[in-house]
Design a protein around this ligand. Structure first.
Ligand SMILES: NC(=O)c1ccc[n+]([C@@H]2O[C@H](COP(=O)([O-])OP(=O)(O)OC[C@H]3O[C@@H](n4cnc5c(N)ncnc54)[C@H](O)[C@@H]3O)[C@@H](O)[C@H]2O)c1
Length: 380
């Protein structure tokens, strides 16, 4: 296997998820390339060094510009808050690096457009970490839809529910809480959670034409961690929107961080003329499937345990019947990226693919303000 040296920026939640994936991928997948944990970059040198020792990184940087300037780095992996993605990605593209970027691609569509232009001009392999596509049950849903098993699709229904920002005492901004600060996050649940739902939806069911949204910020002011002052909250705490897909199907999407009792309840259901499917992140290795053409007496929802050798990705893991989990979606995404590099066929979603989600988010947030249906802006 040919080595590809990774320089990863940001050692938080995603820094750990990606490091784990880079470490495991070559043990489970036959690939031409092998990722090497060359450098971890974060502003706190001491913490970065501790992270490097724990995960096996060979070196540490405290300034991402120095990391990008290094000749021994092939891939830049961006695991930092949303407002840093564009600057880092554009600089990395100019330096000729391959780029993996966390979602959402950018703060908004126009910023994402600049990132797409940069990677396409530099002709560097690029991908955005919309990892839910690579949970085997979700990949199986895609396969069933593409095979026409559902027939004409009428409805798409997605939810992503959490409950961790209900306390008004929770500050906004800074380490761990940048998601509540609109300057760092760009938006609230729309860019953070609905972006995942939208990415899966357009992958499974095609483009979205227009949207009608309502958004709410339940807690209007919070203390800012960095300034110590009580400041206006600029993010959407909750968002629900209706959408019309180009294929004529209707959709509802809902996300909130105020659904007491729900930690990361991402679900989607798709209803077609012949069949329906339902998936739930809390039961991620199962795909619920209803086939109307089954014999009447035994027709029912089936719960497919997506763990057999002929299910997507599963032959690379254990024996049939044994489940895998959340972290494996990242391993699959690295495997697909490396295979794409070897075959010179980019793995999806590329920056350009992810730009479509960005424009849908923009239309949703705009509609939340105007209370009008909004057309999704350009992305192709
Ligand atoms: N794919 C997914 O399911 C998923 C899940 C969580 C987060 N994300 C995305 O991943 C990104 C990071 O989120 P997270 O949850 O890992 O955040 P986090 O707060 O856990 O970690 C962010 C890291 O970035 C570092 N950082 C911030 N600014 C920096 C800079 N200028 N230079 C170097 N390091 C810097 C922080 O110190 C921290 O280590 C976000 O874009 C987020 O939307 C994606």
């Amino acid at each position: 296997m040919k080595p590809l040296n990774v320089g990863l920026i940001g050692y938080g939640f995603m820094g750990r998820a990606h490091s784990n994936a880079f470490r495991k991928v070559s043990n489970f997948f036959d690939l031409d390339y092998e990722p090497v944990l060359k450098a971890i970059c974060a502003r706190d040198g001491g913490k970065a060094k501790a992270f490097a020792e724990r995960w096996g990184y060979q070196s540490v940087e405290t300034d991402w510009k120095r990391l990008i300037a290094r000749d021994d780095i092939d891939i830049i992996d961006i695991c930092t808050p949303n407002n840093t993605h564009a600057e880092i990605a554009i600089a990395a593209a100019k330096a000729g690096k391959m780029i993996l970027c966390e979602k959402p691609l950018s703060m908004d569509g126009p910023e994402g457009e600049q990132m797409v232009a940069a990677v396409e001009k530099a002709k560097v392999p690029n991908m955005v970490w919309y990892n839910y596509r690579r949970i085997p049950a979700v990949t199986l849903a895609k396969k069933l839809i593409d095979e026409g098993k559902l027939g004409r699709i009428f409805h798409y229904r997605a939810k992503f529910l959490q409950d961790w920002t209900i306390s008004p005492e929770l500050p906004q901004g800074g380490q761990g809480l940048w998601r509540l600060d609109v300057k760092a996050a760009g938006s609230g649940v729309t860019g953070d959670l609905l972006a995942h739902c939208i990415d899966t939806a357009i992958w499974l069911n095609g483009s979205i034409d227009k949207v009608s949204a309502m958004t709410e910020t339940f807690i209007k002011e919070r203390t800012h961690t960095l300034t110590g002052k009580v400041q206006k909250v600029g993010i959407d705490d909750a968002c629900a929107f209706l959408a019309r897909f180009k294929n004529g199907s209707l959709a509802t999407f809902e996300s909130t961080r105020y659904a007491r009792g729900h930690k990361a309840l991402y679900t989607f259901e798709i209803n077609g003329e012949n069949a329906s499917i339902f998936w739930d992140l809390h039961d991620l290795h199962r795909l619920q499937y209803f086939e109307h053409r089954d014999e009447g007496q035994t027709r029912a929802w089936r719960s497919i345990h997506v763990t057999d050798g002929d299910h997507p990705y599963m032959k690379n893991w254990w024996v049939p019947g044994l489940a895998i989990g959340y972290e494996h979606s990242f391993v699959h995404q690295v495997a697909d990226f490396l295979e794409g590099v070897a075959k010179k066929k980019p793995a999806s979603p590329t920056f350009r693919d992810a730009l479509e989600t960005q424009y849908i988010c923009d239309a949703v947030l705009k509609s939340g303000k105007t209370s009008q249906w909004e057309k999704v802006g350009k992305s192709k």
